[in-house]
Design a protein around this ligand. Structure first.
Ligand code: PEP
Ligand code: MG
Length: 315
């Protein structure tokens, strides 16, 4: 019986009590948007726009960007698509945006930080996103990667408003933003936790190093604590928080994230059905209790085992 439920996702995520948890897809190009559609994703929680920029020596023009973004937006008419602005730098260097030879590129000028030295690139991208949204009549939310401070969030929101993009938020992937979430969400309309980078920066463990896998897990209590802090700070301003890092695809972790206050999960399309099946079988109160169980452990494996044992009947 569980197997049958697991194979299909009906396109509406919810807990056993009926609390809505939006189940969205991570999309990196038009083919990914089709995969998301086939898996019944409710929308797109992370549209990575780098595909339009990578492997080029010059910036794509605004009309070229509009055409590329429309190909993804057109797959989700009138549904939520969270577009992330260019995340260049670190593992994604771009000759016309980032500088060569930084000693520590992961801690360098990446993500929103590139807007200080190259403001035109972000402005033209926002112009293209706004035009694509208008042409497709799409519900576009826009967010910036690598936001560390409330001031950066405020500047980004202002810039988005100047381009007619009224639903502007931030990725929470730097511990500083999580710790000061109440300040950040005074400006940002929503947040999306990027666990891949949040883990890297919290644990000081390069996300590319398999050797550090034991440190690099969302089950680390320090990481869960920062997600909780993010949700608390956002709740003070009534702002919704989602998770769009790879952790969102962990079906055992999903109820814990909901218990911490997360209300949308964006993941690789093939994980949607399993995550939906687990959430449907736990109540809101059980999610809160599972989050408490996980946070009570000081070892990530023990946290995972404790939660797994508690939900074994539904897995
Ligand atoms: C993340 O950091 O969790 C994230 C979703 O962004 P990326 O993996 O593209 O850095
Ligand atoms: Mg990231």
């Amino acid at each position: 019986q569980h197997e049958a439920e697991r194979r299909a996702f009906d396109g509406t995520g919810r807990t056993a009590d009926g609390t809505r948890v939006e189940l969205l897809a991570n999309v990196a190009d038009p083919a990914g948007a089709q995969a998301a559609l086939e898996a019944s994703a409710e929308g797109v929680g992370l549209f990575r726009t780098e595909f339009c920029f990578l492997g080029r020596s010059t910036e794509p023009g605004v009309s070229e960007q509009v055409a590329a973004y429309r190909q993804v937006l057109s797959a989700f008419p009138r549904r939520k698509v969270v577009v992330r602005t260019l995340d260049a730098g670190a593992d994604k260097p771009l000759p016309f945006v980032t500088a060569d030879g930084e000693p520590n590129p992961a801690l360098g000028v990446r993500g929103l930080r590139t807007a200080s030295s190259r403001p035109g690139v972000l402005e033209r991208q926002l112009q293209a996103i706004a035009a694509a949204a208008e042409a497709e009549n799409a519900e576009v939310w826009v967010m910036a990667p690598m936001v560390a401070t409330a001031g950066e969030a405020a500047d980004f929101v202002t810039l988005c408003e100047q381009h007619g993009l009224r639903h502007a938020g931030v990725m929470v992937e730097v511990p500083a933003a999580a710790l000061r979430a109440a300040d950040v969400f005074a400006h940002a309309a929503f947040g999306s936790v990027g666990t891949n980078d949040l883990i890297q920066y919290t644990m000081a463990a390069d996300r590319m190093l398999g050797e550090l896998a034991a440190l690099s897990t969302p089950w680390q209590p320090a990481v869960l604590e920062l997600i909780r802090a993010t949700c608390e700070g956002a709740a003070r301003h009534g702002r919704p928080v989602g998770v769009c890092g790879e952790a969102a695809a962990d079906a055992t972790l999903a109820p814990v994230l909901v218990g911490l206050g997360v209300r949308s999960l964006s993941m690789t399309p093939r994980a949607l059905a399993d995550v939906a099946a687990v959430l449907q079988r736990v109540t809101d109160a059980e999610c809160v209790e599972l989050a408490r169980l996980a946070l009570a452990e000081d070892d990530p494996m023990e946290a995972r085992n404790a939660v797994r044992d508690a939900i074994r009947p539904v897995l």
